[in-house]
Design a protein around this ligand. Sequence first.
Ligand code: GDP
Ligand code: ADP
Length: 189
Amino acid sequence: MRTGKVFVIAGAAGSGKTTVAKFLHDRYHMERVITHTTRAARPNEHNGFDYYFETSTSMKKLHLLESVEYDHRLYGSSLEGLAAGWQKGHDDVIVLDTKGAFTYHQKLGDQAVIIFLTVSQITSLTQRMIKRGDDLSAIHSRLNSAEYHRDLHLPDNLKGIANVVINDSWPQTVAQLEQIIKQTSLENR
Ligand SMILES: Nc1nc2c(ncn2[C@@H]2O[C@H](COP(=O)(O)OP(=O)(O)O)[C@@H](O)[C@H]2O)c(=O)[nH]1
Ligand SMILES: Nc1ncnc2c1ncn2[C@@H]1O[C@H](COP(=O)(O)OP(=O)(O)O)[C@@H](O)[C@H]1O
């Protein structure tokens, strides 16, 4: 099978994972890997674009590379999803929680380039979720979940592995992303 890199974007809710994935798709033609979830679609989210929205029955039938429970819902990604971008000769970009990011590191080694997003003021995450249009009960559930709190900080097992980007100012984030992509392509020569 033809393979490439997969850029794994992890971080707490509201830290900018989806925004970064979209940027890497638009600027570097990376293929966005759509993952599967049993959570409900948010306003403006579409099946097959943002996620494949599953029931717990349909989720069980999938052949997943890894899956996690996050805020009482299941999420998972497939090897077929990764292969689709690589077959086209593109690198992939995928949005995962930090547990999934570590699994990708274990399974794919240097093929997985991990980017961990954070912000310097945690309160800005809630403001961004409100601005994004999430309903208040969904935000409340997120803020009370163990996984949200876990993903606020880089876990020990990703230290020295993940590239940390503080996404306070978007122009600075773009500059850091460009640096990471440049470094990755130099390492591949
Ligand atoms: N491990 C893993 N995590 C996923 C997958 N798909 C999404 N996630 C993560 O699940 C968490 C919750 O995602 P989501 O409900 O979209 O919330 P958001 O972080 O507020 O955008 C986020 O950390 C996502 O990165 C997957 O297939 N595997
Ligand atoms: N650097 C930034 N400054 C201000 N707002 C941002 C920044 N990066 C992302 N956002 C906004 O914050 C909200 C949450 O970003 P999103 O990419 O959906 O986060 P995540 O996927 O990690 O939950 C979106 O409305 C997005 O446009």
